[in-house]
Design a binder for this molecule. Sequence first.
Ligand SMILES: [Zn+2]
Ligand SMILES: [Zn+2]
Length: 265
Amino acid sequence: MLSSGKKAKFDNARSAFAATARRRGGHVRDALRALLPQQCVLCATACGSALMCVRCEATMPWLGAACPRCALASPGDALCGRCLATPPPYARTIAAWRYAFPADRLLQALKYEGRLALADPLGDALGAAVVARGDLPDVLVAMPLSRVRQRSRGFNHAHEIARRVACRACVPLVGGLARVRDAPPQAGLALRERTRNVRDAFAATRSFAGLRVGLVDDVMTTGSTLGAAARALLAADAGSVDALVVARTPPPGRKSGSEIHLRMA
Ligand SMILES: [Zn+2]
Ligand SMILES: [Zn+2]
């Protein structure tokens, strides 16, 4: 057990290494990680060069059989009735996890507490899901924040995740999508209100002619925001848009959660 003084020095050294690595790119960072002892982001167990220990990884709320278009649970991965009746603008949705404990805690810690290091395990999980689904997009685009929101938060969590996905899936991450209007918060709104709320909130600033675009965000709830952003990309001539999210919110009333002790390192 390290004393708190020694631990602070050790943490500082780790942070310095991590900062250097971030500047020099993902490969250098991975090489440094292999040399430094890592702790699981959930239980703080030493886990070599991995970011999450095998035991915690096994307890994550993995998605399971789901509709290929909207990623809601669907037996045999069949297209669901809602997507058959009203196809969303995105061609596929790929998610690593359901939005349930402890995935929700990790995503909240990244977004609201600025724990940027968590973008790596989250991006790894999504990257693995994207590669496993196959038929990779040509480019990745991160869900943008408005200029005001980005300035106040200091970072875009979707961009941090997308950077890692790009590295894992070997697909370039590009710009070209802007959030031109900050809609009021979506929470508490019904689907129709959410859709109206984000209409015209996005605009492409370049052509995506013929490109299959992977649009990266942290969570898909109703799909209204991702749908609005996908429409803007399609209006800029994207060949297709896939929604790539770390976690998919289950329909209301279907919660899950394996209560493991959460001690985020
Ligand atoms: Zn663990
Ligand atoms: Zn569906």
